[in-house]
Design a binder for this molecule. Structure first.
Ligand SMILES: [Zn+2]
Length: 414
């Protein structure tokens, strides 16, 4: 079984928005009240109240505060479970020592969802989400839901409402694949595969980025605390969410493709410097750092591209784990400088996009790097499989790319 979450945008009517917000406000009130009761009991009498103690009070609450009858009972129970979880985590922290903070009251901005744990929800064929006590809301089902729905969470992000279905999916192991791939992550192409294929950054990245920049600038010009500033801040948050959604979609799609196709996926290990907003530090054949042209590339090299790499690797890793595939990370040192055919070092400036070698190798710079990454990955895998064998190309060491030419050559032809 694997857990899977599907998130869809909701299109509630004005009245439904009011109902959703009303439910959110009242569940928040219940959360804070339940928290208060536990805090008081703990502080005044040293008693810890359980989830069941509190759940048993729900009928009384509903008798006194009739409006709570308008919230599905399981939604209310789920709120109490959240409080329970917060307290359990608190006691666990106490046990570990230190001075843990008490679970906190939730302010208006810090309580943005409520959950139907099992019942009270259904999806109709004409793309509507039927919620008990709220009504049927238009939903944009842009993906097919697989597996059985376990919980359904209504979530507000800014002014937008979403539904998140947590599903359990029966795992079907993928057919065994002996095909391996090395992947070079870059700025010009999002990724270059050892097969020579590339994955390009979608155009909307750049477009979204420009919009973010523009809004950021507009925001800094507005008077602090003014109505206009709030308005622009809202727009900016929305633009950020949109870019994040698009990025996730893109990364999910391509990581899925890779995991479905390849039995072994080899990445370069990202250095902290690579993850930041700067281009990769470069080294010559002696390991000396070269100027990396950060200034010249800053237009291309934006946080969006960078953030994508680490996330992409994480997506590949977790998808591979549940599919029985292997993902390896190798030291990226020299991978762009060494010839993937003969192993000789071919110094290149960052602007040089082509790898050309006396041995006859003529190929794209990133393609060459991807082949080196693949070869390194294969030798790591070989060492993992037969630990007693004398390691022939220790990849985690810095000078690794200079040795083990045989496996590199093999790698380039497979
Ligand atoms: Zn060569």
């Amino acid at each position: 079984m694997s857990k899977h979450a599907y998130k869809f945008r909701l299109y509630p009517t004005r009245k439904q928005i009011q109902a959703l917000q009303w439910t959110l406000d009242h569940t928040r009130e219940l959360y804070n009240a339940a928290l208060q009761e536990r805090r008081d009991a703990y502080r005044m009498a040293g008693i810890s109240i359980t989830y069941y103690d509190q759940a048993n009070q729900l009928p009384h609450i509903k008798a006194i505060r009739e409006e709570y009858q308008d919230i599905h009972s399981q939604v209310l129970q789920d709120v109490l479970r959240k409080v329970d979880k917060a307290f359990k985590a608190f006691f666990a922290r106490c046990k570990r020592g230190g001075t843990p903070g008490f679970p906190r009251y939730k302010g208006k901005g810090h309580f943005d969802s409520f959950t139907y744990p099992q019942t009270g929800v259904s999806l109709t064929h004409d793309h509507r989400l039927c919620l008990s006590k709220i009504g049927s809301i238009k939903v944009k089902l842009h993906r097919q839901i697989k597996g059985s729905i376990k919980t359904c969470t209504l979530k507000r992000e800014g002014d937008a409402w979403f539904v998140v279905f947590a599903c359990e999916v029966e795992l079907k192991p993928l057919e065994k694949s002996h095909v391996a791939v090395g992947i070079d992550l870059g700025l010009l192409h999002f990724a270059t595969l050892s097969t020579g294929e590339t994955i390009e950054n979608p155009r909307y990245y750049r477009k979204g980025e420009m919009k973010l920049e523009r809004l950021q600038q507009a925001l800094s010009r507005k008077k602090k605390g003014s109505h206009r500033q709030r308005k622009v801040a809202k727009q900016l948050a929305q633009a950020h969410r949109r870019v994040a959604h698009q990025r996730h979609d893109f990364l999910h799609k391509h990581s899925r493709k890779l995991v479905n196709t390849y039995g072994l996926i080899v990445f370069e290990a990202l250095q902290p410097a690579n993850m930041s907003k700067r281009p990769k530090p470069r080294q010559d054949e002696n390991g000396t750092y070269l100027p990396n042209g950060a200034a010249g590339k800053s237009g291309l090299n934006k946080s969006i591209v960078d953030a994508g790499w680490g996330l992409f690797q994480r997506f590949c890793l977790y998808k591979a784990e549940s599919a029985g595939r292997v993902v390896l990370f190798v030291d990226p040192k020299y991978t762009s400088q060494v010839c993937s055919w003969c192993g000789q070092v071919r110094k290149k400036e960052l602007a040089e996009r082509w790898h050309s070698c006396e041995c006859g190798a003529e190929l794209d710079r990133d393609h060459n790097a991807a082949l080196n990454i693949l070869a390194l990955g294969r030798s790591v895998q070989g060492n993992l499989r037969s630990p007693r064998r004398k390691p022939s190309g220790v990849v985690t060491k810095s000078n690794s790319a200079c040795c083990d030419q045989d496996s590199r050559q093999n790698g380039s032809h497979q």
